[in-house]
Design a binder for this molecule. Structure first.
Ligand code: ATP
Length: 457
């Protein structure tokens, strides 16, 4: 498998399984094609990614509100959106082994044979990527509904409701995170492309004529979000879609691409959708979805800028970028340099040993720290092994209680990345942890604190 920066996908899949980030779905039955389960650490990481997105997109902005629409929607939604007609990929099937492949993946003459067995291929046929199910007890055509293949449509159909209740004026956006389902033909590369995944989407409604500026704004804003959360800028790039590549609704589109182990691939798409969506839903629902512009006293159809990100792909990129191997005192150290906002466990409480004299204070510290941060208590093996375990799951700070702590009521705080340790009085521990997690350097000491290990001078 291809290598990027010392980490390949196999290594990450193995760490994810071993440490409890991500497991294959229904593994005891042999797994289910391209579906994944997030384990105890994975679920925290994923929640943190979504929370960081929500904070940046909703909490810190005046021009955004949130939404949580249902997965099942009126089937006309998907006729209006174009998914029933367009969300289909031409496929070819091998006449001997019956495997199916995307026709557009097989462009060369040499590819006219089955890539699996060399057999003869059928002519391309359309195949809809939407999962179908039935609403109610009768399995008939009239009862067909779809599992949403994107969260966006739930936003468009609620445009009027949100305007009426939030009293927002253009420009403003509606943000949503949630599951989406696509019966993808080519899956793989771990959680990069799966059949059930989660999206984080914004539909940002603007006045026509201001759309190009807002489009550029959102491309930059979204690019910077990944950088702020620790992704190396060199591993990100923007790629504008060519005219032949643009989706049927899009006036312009950029992909934010990440250097995954299999090469540069889409992490997030930002599209200028024009007024396509509101116009289509107005047409199919018979409702007036125009907006009354108080400035010009005219009704207008807003244009929409859509930054559409994948939660799972972001999780994968954050994990890949955080993975580091280094040698410390002649021993290999694997660590995830996850941004503290994303790290599944923020603080580990590690009594030096299982000696029962240390227990009351260790439990006292644990009880207090866990009120503020997701915290893990571990007293299982040697302190060195426990540090390494926390490094490997990306825990930014470890707190160690030793015998001296019993006398001076001070504990050590160890920083994952620099390996620096400081000695901190218990009464300022929580505030110190909060400051360090917010990015304060270890050199800055709390009242009564002192440098301990790992400082040059
Ligand atoms: P791709 O061509 O890579 O399948 P797409 O262009 O179809 O992606 P969009 O429809 O733009 O994707 O969806 C927006 C985002 O949702 C993507 O940038 C990606 O992060 C995520 N996403 C889409 N499909 C999947 C999938 N099958 N598995 C995981 N994430 C996905």
């Amino acid at each position: 498998m291809a290598q990027t920066r010392g980490v390949d996908m196999e290594k990450l899949v193995s760490l994810s399984k071993r440490r409890g980030f991500i497991f294959p779905s229904s593994e005891i039955y042999g797994g289910l094609g391209s579906c994944w389960d997030y384990g105890p650490l994975g679920v925290e990481l994923k929640r943190n990614v979504k929370e960081a997105w929500w904070k940046a997109m909703v909490q810190e902005r005046d021009d955004m509100v949130g939404l949580d629409a249902s997965i099942l929607m009126h089937p006309q939604t998907w006729v209006a959106s174009g998914h029933v007609q367009q969300f289909a990929d031409p496929l070819v099937e091998c006449k001997s082994c019956h495997l199916r492949f995307r026709a557009d993946d097989l462009k060369d003459e040499k590819d006219k044979k089955c890539p699996n067995c060399g057999g003869e291929l059928t002519e391309p046929r359309m195949f809809n990527l939407m999962f179908k199910t039935f609403m109610g007890p009768v399995e008939e055509q009239a009862a067909v509904v779809y599992l949403r293949p994107e969260t966006a449509q739930g936003i468009f159909v609620n445009f009027e409701n949100v305007i009426a209740t939030s009293r927002k004026k253009l420009p403003f956006g509606i943000a949503q995170t949630g599951k989406a389902f696509r019966n993808e033909i080519t899956t793989g590369n771990f959680i990069f492309r799966s059949r059930e995944f989660e999206q984080m989407e914004v539909e940002f409604f603007v006045k026509p004529g201001t759309d190009k500026d807002w489009f550029q704004y959102w491309v930059q804003e979204r690019f910077n979000w990944y950088v702020k959360l620790g992704i190396n800028r060199e591993h990100l790039r923007l790629r504008q879609h060519g005219k032949d590549e643009l989706a049927h609704y899009a006036l312009d589109c950029y992909d934010i691409e990440y250097l995954f182990p299999m090469g540069w691939s889409e992490l997030e798409g930002i599209a200028n959708r024009g007024n396509f969506d509101l116009a289509q839903h107005a047409k199919y629902s018979g409702k007036d979805l125009s907006y009354f512009d108080e400035e010009t006293q005219e009704r207008i159809m807003p244009y929409i800028i859509e930054p559409s990100a994948g939660v799972d792909r972001s999780v994968l990129a954050f994990l890949l970028d955080a993975y580091h191997e280094e040698v410390v005192e002649k021993e290999k150290r694997v660590l995830l340099r996850l941004h503290p906002a994303l790290a599944p466990i923020k603080v580990a409480i590690l009594p030096l040993s299982r000696n029962e004299k240390l227990l009351p204070m260790a439990k006292e510290v644990y009880g207090e720290v866990r009120q503020a941060f997701i915290t893990q208590y571990d007293d299982s093996q040697s302190i060195g092994r426990r540090y390494r375990r926390q490094d490997e799951i990306g825990t930014p700070l470890c707190v160690t209680i030793d015998f001296q702590s019993l006398d001076d009521r001070q504990v050590t705080v160890r920083d994952r990345d620099s390996l620096k340790q400081i000695r901190v009085p218990l009464e300022v521990l929580r505030a110190t942890l909060a400051a360090k997690l917010a990015g304060e350097p270890m050199e800055v000491l709390p009242p009564g604190g002192s440098k301990w290990l790992g400082f040059d001078s």
